[in-house]
Ligand binder design. Structure first.
Ligand code: SF4
Length: 107
């Protein structure tokens, strides 16, 4: 004889599974909106100056053509974004067209 499940228990388990499935999506959305609020790194920031950060890579002779923040391994901005977070400068955005001497190739 099979034990019948309580309908309210079944509903609870369904909601629990749905919540567990959707929780990572909610976290991504929260992280994205939080990241969108980050201030832009100023080239005059003392930390930025240490690595010669500039907002326009084309104006820096040391930057190899095509080496911009958007093509750097440390850049965390979305594809084709104008600016985004950089692992080197937590809590700040850098310009996708920017560059600094810590530029690293994407693997
Ligand atoms: S580490 Fe990369 S993404 Fe960050 S500022 Fe330098 S070049 Fe740009």
């Amino acid at each position: 004889m099979a034990a019948e499940e309580d309908p309210s228990r079944r509903q609870f388990v369904r909601k629990l599974l749905l919540g567990a499935t959707l929780a990572p999506l909610a976290m991504v959305r929260m992280n994205t909106s939080r990241a969108a609020d980050l201030p832009l790194l100023s080239p005059d920031d003392p930390e930025a100056k240490k690595v010669k950060y500039i907002e326009d890579a084309s104006s820096q002779k040391s930057a190899t053509k095509g080496n911009t923040c958007a093509t750097c391994a440390l850049y965390e901005g979305a594809y084709k974004s104008a600016q985004g977070p950089c692992q080197l400068f937590p809590g700040k955005h850098v310009k996708a067209a920017g560059w600094c001497s810590a530029w690293a190739p994407q693997l």
